[in-house]
Ligand binder design. Structure first.
Ligand code: IVH
Length: 673
């Protein structure tokens, strides 16, 4: 192999990396897109002729060929904490007071104030200067590996060139920050989705977070994500300050938001928060506040963390975005559980980057409380959550002939009777065969987090239910016998029917947790379904379990266990499970590849106060090592971890002869794995 080719390849890589940096990090390109593409093509050609010279950090390797089959769990060596929120000046003064009270008397405190980028947080690990893995935040302790997707972000260096005067050993470090989508790119994606009839993303944050979890890096690359890094950490290095941290990240070649400020007093902090709020709508990306951080890392360490957030930083959240518009109508939607909820049909209005034409009204009580009437001018708000809501009514602008809103007395879809359970605000359609309920259940069953049947969305479900093709979940799996009839439907055609049928076949591989979630049992969300199937091996075990047994699972409460019991007490639901089993769906827990640790398959109960971490943190660590955590002690408990002021659980453990360990022993056990 000619060394001149090798040199040419290396020169090209260096040149392309330089332009990537200028374009994506500094936003100061020095060549045209055309010239840039030419360089990349030349490198691609040389590499394809000399595949032995391809290295993982080559700029051509940003988009790998492989699909990500599953997002593997990644343990965060240093937890990814979130931030406590403050909403007004007083909260910020309180934060400052707490900081000063905790630090030794008389210490000066400096703060760094940064933009709070509205995206999804990531942690990128570099070993020996090479990008090793990238992970989502997850629950803060265990995230998901999204390396291939993060590599597509051009401003993220695949290899670090360490500056010669670097005073720290950064052999192994993590750069943490926020992946976001520019407003322009978000709008472009939504326009395309509108054309293809796909569900629109509610905001750039959801769009960024959704994109990070796509399985095909090629699509991720097209979506053009961006990232600002704001946190550099290494288990072996102690840095001096947050300001130094940001500067180091910049020196290492990362994209850092330069609009931060080091402030000497809390008044200066507040003034800068206001400046940021004014700038908010001039930016080409979304921010939802400012982050205030104690600058000195020594002081940060003294302050430490509480449960899930540090004591040395807070988020200063902006007020929710509001707009005025007219309420054209109130419609009543019937959900899969039969709950009938009012929806505000609004005169379309632009609010914080998107057009709003509907808002949730939650329930009739809320309509009465706010006296919301058709024809009113209303104030709508988009807070942290996706769905806009009506805050209030402008009474002065109410039309003279307006009448108070009344609640429906029959189901708006099937005209059946309505009932209102005691202790609930919602009203329900009493007919489980109501087409709206059937459609809602099927839609949930086929949805992404459940059976994930690509293509079986609202439009097709409406069509199939109306035409009598499907009614029960199991009918979906018999659609293949009706292929001839399906392809005759005008809008469908052979190709889309075949795609749908193969998506249906594919869904049979969905793991037990997803199947359990898909059943739509009340209160059994995706996380609960996962916990339940982690605990029980088969559907029969769940069907036969007592309510107490189900609610002894950590974080599974009595409303969930009661709802599960009620669901399986109905004969038709048992028949449904039989049908789905016959169709080939999975009702057995998969064997998880857990690290073989001494905690593997061991059941823990935590009681009393632990010093080193909160119970959630301790549980996360146990689960990460293959153990289980339950809330009550039984003869099946292996260990009771007794913190300070442990109460009755300790006595129960003693009476059952269950092994009791203190916090130190527990820490040793974790460390040993
Ligand atoms: S610092 C312990 N800085 O906001 C450090 N977070 O609500 C915690 N975020 O999970 C994070 N911009 O995803 C920090 N400049 C910034 C940020 C930022 C956005 C996100 C981050 C975090 C969330 C907390």
């Amino acid at each position: 192999m000619s060394s001149s080719i090798e040199k040419k390849i290396n020169d090209l890589r260096e040149e392309i990396n330089k332009h990537n940096y200028r374009y994506y990090v500094l936003a100061e390109p020095s060549i045209s897109d055309e010239q840039y593409d030419k360089l990349v093509k030349e490198l691609e050609k040389l590499e394809s002729e000399n595949p032995q010279l391809i290295t993982p950090d080559s700029p051509t390797q940003r988009v790998g060929k492989d699909l990500t089959k599953e997002f593997k769990p990644v343990n965060h060596k240093i937890p990814m904490l979130s931030l406590a929120n403050t909403y007004d000046e007083q909260d910020v003064y309180d934060f400052d007071r707490r900081v000063r009270e905790t630090l030794p008397p008389g210490e000066e405190v400096e703060y760094v104030v940064e933009y709070k980028i509205d995206g999804a947080s990531v942690s990128i690990n570099y070993v020996n200067g090479y990008l090793q893995t990238a992970a989502t935040r997850g629950d803060g302790y265990v995230g998901e590996e999204i390396t291939n997707n993060v590599k597509t972000i051009r401003s993220v260096p695949l290899k670090i060139t360490f500056p010669p005067n670097l005073k720290y050993d950064l052999t192994d470090f993590e750069a943490r920050g926020e992946v976001y989508m520019r407003i322009e790119d978000f709008e472009k994606i939504n326009k395309e989705r509108e054309k293809t009839g796909e569900k629109l993303f509610a905001n750039p944050r959801n769009s960024a977070a959704g994109t990070l979890k796509l399985q095909d890096p090629k699509i991720v690359a097209k979506r053009k994500l961006s990232v600002f890094l704001y946190y550099l950490i290494s288990p072996t290095v102690e840095f001096e300050s947050q300001e130094e941290n940001l500067k180091l990240l910049h020196q290492l070649g990362f994209k850092v938001n330069r609009d931060y400020k080091v402030c000497k007093s809390i008044e200066e902090v507040l003034a800068f928060c206001k400046t940021i709020e004014e700038k908010r709508y001039t930016l080409d990306y979304e921010i939802d506040g400012a982050v205030i951080k104690v600058n000195s890392i020594r002081q940060q360490n003294i302050l430490g963390n509480i449960a899930k957030s540090p004591r040395w930083a807070v988020a200063y959240k902006f007020k929710a975005k509001q707009a005025f518009t007219k309420l054209n109508d109130i419609t009543w939607q019937v959900g899969r559980t039969g709950a009938i909820t009012p929806v505000a049909e609004l005169e379309p209005v632009k609010l914080a980057g998107s057009t709003i034409s509907r808002a949730t009204l939650h329930n009739f009580d809320e309509i009465v409380r706010k006296d919301i009437r058709v024809g009113d001018t209303v104030v709508i708000e988009k807070g942290g959550d996706v769905i806009p809501k009506i805050v209030s009514v402008i009474i002065d602008e109410r039309p003279k002939n307006s009448k108070p809103t009344v609640q429906p007395t029959i189901c708006p879809v099937c005209k059946s009777k309505i009932y209102k359970p005691e202790n609930e605000v919602a009203i329900y359609c009493e007919n489980p065969e109501c087409p709206a309920q059937i459609k809602g259940r099927l839609l949930h069953f086929a949805s992404r987090g459940a059976m994930d049947i690509d293509g079986l969305g609202e439009a097709l479900i409406d069509l199939f239910v109306d035409k009598g093709f499907i009614k029960h979940f199991s009918d979906i799996y018999h659609l293949k016998n009706k292929r001839d009839e399906l392809i005759k439907i005008e809008r469908l055609g052979e190709k889309s029917v075949d795609n749908l049928l193969s998506a249906i076949e594919k869904s049979k591989k969905q793991p037990f947790a997803k199947v359990l979630f898909a059943l739509g049992i009340r209160y059994v969300g995706a996380a609960a379904a996962q916990k339940i199937t982690d605990h029980f091996k088969t559907i029969d075990e769940i069907i036969n379990a007592s309510e107490e047994e189900i609610s002894s699972i950590y974080e599974i409460g009595p409303s969930i266990s009661n709802s599960i019991k009620n669901f399986f007490a109905e004969k038709k639901n048992i028949l449904l499970i039989n049908e789905l089993q016959k169709a080939g769906l999975i009702f057995i827990s998969e064997k998880k590849e857990v690290k073989v640790s001494s905690l593997n398959n061991k059941t823990f109960v935590l009681t009393g106060t632990l010093n080193a971490f909160s119970r959630d943190e301790a549980s996360a660590q146990i689960i990460a090592l293959g153990g289980k955590v339950t809330s009550s002690v039984s003869k099946n408990t292996d260990y009771v971890v007794a913190g300070e002021k442990a109460g009755s659980k300790l006595a129960k453990a003693e009476s059952l002869g269950v092994k009791i360990i203190n916090e130190d022993e527990f820490l040793k056990m974790l460390k040993a794995n």
